[in-house]
Ligand binder design. Structure first.
Ligand code: ASP
Length: 331
């Protein structure tokens, strides 16, 4: 596509090495380093995901270690959780909306700023794969609802029943006492956001979810919204979110984290600042959860959450690492 070629040609990414000015923050630093272009060696490939999805990062690592692209790595990693019927907030087996329909949201973004998303899509097992098709096969960024589903069939995806017996029974139980109120997200998490850097130093990200359990029909959270649930800037880094999507959308959370890294914050500092920003707009509330993870161009990672108990997973040459994080509201 013309638009994509334009983005490709204008990308500032280089293979293996980047110039320090690209990740330097304040103007003076940029000017100083530009005069003396010092090279920073990129770290080896790495994959990082929200929560403790070790099968997802392991799958992403399989792709990366064989020299595959970060885009393939994040897609394949995300697909592991989408296919896992035991994960009740992603893909097949996800919790339904309050009317009993499973509706899925996902987005994907590559090193050139290309992106694709599907919103509120039913009956398709791998929304992240459809999001990638939106990115690669259409001139659009987002397809929603029936249109997204129709597009998926045109692309050869099969119709699948996403509602497992377990999720159905739980939904029927919920209906007895809930008065139709969606569950405010504290324990109802497990959205997967996954970020990767490949051997060329290029960054991609993916995010996929069935969203808030028993939500209003048609509700869409942050996860398929570029800038909210996911953002990638190949010069700087990437971030992704999990938790109450409405709060992440309000603050354009993942974009904020990447911009904070652009200003010189480490991924950890940027995630902490993003969470604090959200909390400052929710004075007195502690009944919801937001977690961010981030990675910068050097391969440094970070994660932070409002509530305790948030963890993120990395996979690099050193193998699996589970990274429990600090929280804003102490247990
Ligand atoms: N962020 C997702 C949403 O609001 C849910 C989650 O991460 O738990 O749809």
């Amino acid at each position: 596509m013309k638009r994509r070629n334009f983005l490709k040609n204008s990308s500032a990414a280089t293979a293996g090495l980047i110039s320090a000015p690209l990740i330097a923050s304040c103007k003076n630093d940029v000017e100083k380093k530009a005069a003396n272009p010092e090279k920073i060696k990129l770290t080896r490939p790495i994959a990082i995901c929200t929560w403790n999805f070790k099968n997802a990062t392991a799958k992403a690592w399989e792709v990366l270690k064989d020299g595959g692209s970060s885009l393939d790595a994040v897609q394949k990693g995300a697909m592991v959780e989408e296919a896992d019927v035991n994960n009740q907030t992603v893909g097949v087996g996800g919790r339904p909306d309050r009317d009993g329909n499973v509706t899925l949201d996902a987005c994907i973004m590559d090193k050139d700023g290309n992106c694709g998303a599907v919103l509120c899509m039913q009956n398709i097992a791998s929304p992240i794969s459809v999001a990638r098709k939106v990115m690669e096969e259409t001139p659009h960024v987002m397809l929603a609802g029936k249109g997204a589903e129709k597009f998926a069939y045109e692309q050869g995806f099969e119709k699948v029943n996403l509602l497992t017996e377990k999720s159905k029974q739980e939904w029927l139980e919920w209906k007895k006492t809930s008065e139709y109120k969606p569950i405010i997200n504290i324990e109802n998490h497990d959205t997967i956001g996954i970020l990767a850097i490949d051997k060329n130093g290029d960054i991609s990200g993916a995010c996929t979810t069935s969203g808030m359990g028993y939500k209003y029909a048609g509700r869409v959270g942050d996860s398929p919204i570029i800038g909210a649930g996911l953002f990638v800037d190949n010069e700087i880094g990437a971030a992704t979110a999990t938790g109450v999507g409405e709060e992440v959308v309000r603050t354009v959370g993942s974009f904020l984290i990447v911009e904070l890294m652009r200003q010189g914050k480490s991924p950890q500092e940027a995630c902490e600042e993003g969470v604090k920003r959200i909390m400052s707009k929710n004075a007195g509330r502690n009944d919801f959860q937001i977690g961010f993870i981030a990675i910068n161009k050097k391969g440094e990672t970070g994660g932070y959450c409002i509530q305790p108990g948030f963890t993120y997973r990395t996979y690099s040459e050193e193998g699996h690492v589970n990274n429990p994080t600090e929280s804003f509201i102490k247990a």
